[in-house]
Write a protein that binds this ligand. Structure first.
Ligand SMILES: NC(=O)c1ccc[n+]([C@@H]2O[C@H](COP(=O)([O-])OP(=O)(O)OC[C@H]3O[C@@H](n4cnc5c(N)ncnc54)[C@H](OP(=O)(O)O)[C@@H]3O)[C@@H](O)[C@H]2O)c1
Length: 295
């Protein structure tokens, strides 16, 4: 079968003949491109896999005649077929496209698990609101009744955040006057530090990602003094440590999707053979929503 093989750090993403997977195998119709895949290709991911490696851990496709979305057992998603972990296979809602199916699990759970764990979230600031996690977070926070602010780097991206449901959109350097119960932050770096003083008493900032740079540790004294919390979130570890909780939340999300309350944003699709262009789009910071590969 054909697969996109990464042979060395920084190497090309070329379509090659690759061995057939075994076990529970999904016929891939769409493979999600996660920011982590870009980090792996560049050698910057904290848990680097051994190379050569087929990127991609999130797919939608067909399994025994069923339309499913799934996480793979360990990469392999940028391919015509992939072995998936049977514990993490979910039936797609009838109206969902495969592309949307590949844009769903990681982004929505990353926003939903923290949002459903935080008691007070009447106002929410979502950073990188046009991105994969950000666009999911806006939809979910709105659905839970919050007033939602979102940031993004360009007018075009801010418009996307608005279309996803944000009540108010801002640039990253236009947030200092905001006061919110929750900040959902996939950006990290200076944006994380600048967001801490925006928290209302008993407010929470959720540290999700570091697309703009690693976090500067906040002072615990400062957090105590301000009645503020930092909520660290890492879905990969939660899948291993609390699988029942994640499954419950995933089932709730699938119900919401089935009812039409949420709808994953697919910003661009590329043929599998053009995986390098998909990565280039993300690295140039020009994508919105989720980028998806189609075999
Ligand atoms: N903790 C977890 O379990 C978990 C799960 C999923 C994803 N993540 C992480 O969350 C982050 C977002 O993931 P995603 O897949 O949803 O990506 P994404 O949002 O689609 O893309 C990254 C976003 O970061 C923003 N950004 C801000 N500063 C940037 C910079 N200096 N360079 C590049 N982009 C910058 C960009 O929006 P603007 O141009 O508008 O700034 C862009 O939309 C990643 O760090 C990812 O690894 C973590």
């Amino acid at each position: 079968m054909n697969a996109v093989v990464l042979r060395e750090v920084g190497g090309d993403l070329a379509l090659e003949e690759w061995e057939e997977p075994s076990g529970v195998v999904v016929d891939v119709r769409a493979a999600g491109v996660n920011f982590a895949d870009v980090l792996i290709r560049r050698g910057l991911y904290p848990q680097m896999p051994e190379l050569p490696y087929v990127l991609g851990n999130e797919v939608a496709g067909e399994l025994d005649g069923r339309r499913v979305c799934a996480w793979s057992a360990g990469g392999g998603g940028y391919a015509e077929r992939v072995e998936v972990d049977p514990a993490w296979v979910f039936e797609l809602p009838a109206a969902a496209s495969f592309a949307a199916g590949a844009a769903f699990l990681t982004t929505y759970l990353t926003a939903y698990v923290p949002l459903t764990s935080i008691v007070r979230a009447e106002s929410v600031l979502v950073h990188a609101g046009s991105g994969g996690v950000g666009s999911a977070a806006i939809q979910l926070a709105k659905h839970r009744g919050a007033f939602v602010y979102a940031t993004a780097s360009t007018d075009e991206k801010r418009e996307v955040a608005r279309r996803m449901g944000a009540d108010e959109v801002r640039g990253y350097d236009e947030i200092d006057d905001l006061r919110v119960d929750v900040v959902l932050d996939p950006v990290g770096g200076e944006t994380f530090t600048r967001s801490l003083p925006l928290l209302n008493p008993l407010g929470t900032i959720v540290a999700i990602g570091f697309t703009s740079g690693l976090w500067h540790d906040p002072s615990v004294q400062w957090l105590v003094g301000r009645n503020a919390s930092v909520f660290g979130f890492y879905l990969g570890r939660l899948l291993r440590l609390a699988p029942e909780l994640v499954r419950e939340r995933a089932d709730e999300l699938l119900s919401l999707w089935g009812e039409g309350a949420i709808d994953p944003l697919v910003g661009a699709t590329y043929p599998l053979a053009d995986a390098r262009d998909a990565h280039a789009l993300i690295e140039a910071r020009r994508h919105v929503g989720k980028v998806v590969l189609e075999p």
